[in-house]
Design a protein around this ligand. Structure first.
Ligand SMILES: [Zn+2]
Length: 204
């Protein structure tokens, strides 16, 4: 069965109208209903996704190596990396919170980067030319994407712990900026990726 792409059709990503991909002016294709610019495939989707993923992977190192927080308790300054923070929470009998912080700050961002890289590599080298395998891959990205909001949840937990008054003087370390950038870049990478590319060149 011919795909919409092969038939010269495109769905408007703004109003979902199925339109014919016909140029009105040179290089300008717009939706007849809402006048949104139409693309059969987002331009430079793979390049933009790769750029965000590589930047996220590079920043993932400082985010985990450098201290993410400094706080003063009983006159001593204590610094924590994400991992030492997780261990400290577990040691303080807050195992569920430790697990949530570990999952949201280390496991999920890493799984997102690896999962999307795997999909890009398989598209580049045309591995998994089977519709079912690609569908499974797509569901994997969707599943990881659902957990993105957990990062925000962790930030709110941290803020609550600080507000409990147990920590007198709290400041963010250099890893906090790197961590925020990792989260932002993984979101941008997922947004830049045109999932329709998964269905191109597929053999049934
Ligand atoms: Zn439209």
């Amino acid at each position: 069965m011919a795909s919409a792409y092969e038939r010269g059709l495109v769905v408007c990503h703004c109003c979902n109208k199925l339109c014919e991909h016909i140029e009105i002016d040179v290089g300008h294709v717009a939706c007849p209903r809402c006048e949104t610019k139409l693309y059969q495939r987002s331009p430079n989707s793979l390049q933009r996704t790769w750029a965000c993923l590589i930047a996220a992977l590079i920043l993932f190192l400082p985010a985990n190596i450098y201290p993410i927080s400094y706080f003063t308790k009983s006159g001593t300054v204590q610094e924590d990396t994400i991992m030492s923070g997780v261990i400290a929470l577990a040691a303080a009998d807050m195992l569920p919170i430790a697990l949530i912080v570990f999952t949201a700050s280390i496991a999920i961002p890493f799984a997102k980067i690896i999962g999307l890289s795997f999909i890009l590599i398989s598209l580049k080298f045309n591995i998994l030319r089977n519709r079912k395998s690609r569908l499974r891959m797509y569901h994997a990205i969707e599943w990881i994407g659902k957990w993105s909001m957990l990062d925000l949840f962790v930030i709110s937990i941290m803020a609550t712990l600080v507000n409990l008054g147990q920590i007198l003087d709290f400041s963010c370390g250099p890893a906090a900026t790197a961590f925020a950038m990792v989260i932002l870049l993984t979101v941008l990478a997922t947004e830049s990726f045109d999932t329709r590319l998964i269905w191109d060149d597929v053999n049934d």
